[in-house]
Design a protein around this ligand. Structure first.
Ligand code: HEC
Length: 132
């Protein structure tokens, strides 16, 4: 009760980001729109991302299924999750996602995700990668 009141008070005073009182990240309303906008052009249907890796990013079930090599999300640990590592450029530049490097894929080059988008996906994984 008093914790909740504190959150509401500090949310009024400080930007929500600084308070640590944000609501959990939602797969449906936060993560999915990012994937839709920046990833499914290649990771759905006959896109090249699917062709090379079998990674389909069109639903929670598919995201959790991962690539032909295995899972890309380790619930609770973004640092161990390929999904996070490729968007935050913690991998070889050749596999950063969406691709925005010199070796362009036939279907093109994407814009890197924004800091906020990367942070949202990281937090969603760290919060347990729920189907919420
Ligand atoms: C322009 C097409 C394209 C877009 C857009 C794209 N991808 Fe990919 N993705 C690929 C291709 C092609 C591969 C296979 C790369 C390879 O094998 O070198 C791949 C591979 C991956 C892998 C597997 C990496 C591994 O090493 O196992 C992940 C995870 C991934 N993409 C996530 C994403 C995410 C998340 C987005 C959106 C932020 C995204 N991709 C956007 C084409 C794309």
């Amino acid at each position: 009760m008093s914790i909740k009141k504190g959150c509401i008070l500090s949310a009024l005073i400080l930007p929500a980001l600084l308070t640590g009182c944000e609501r959990p990240v939602s797969f449906e309303s936060d993560v999915m729109p990012i994937l839709q906008a920046s990833c499914v052009s290649c990771h759905s249907g006959s896109g090249e991302g699917i062709q090379l890796t079998e990674l389909n990013l069109t639903s929670y079930g598919q995201v959790m299924q991962g690539t032909k090599l295995g899972e890309i999300v380790v619930p609770g640990s973004a640092a161990s999750s390929t999904l996070y590592l490729v968007i935050d450029h913690k991998v070889d530049t050749k596999i950063q996602m969406p691709p925005h490097h010199d070796d362009k894929f036939p279907q093109g080059e994407g814009k890197p995700l924004s800091t906020e988008q990367i942070a949202a996906i990281k937090r969603w994984i760290d919060e347990g990668a729920k189907n919420n």
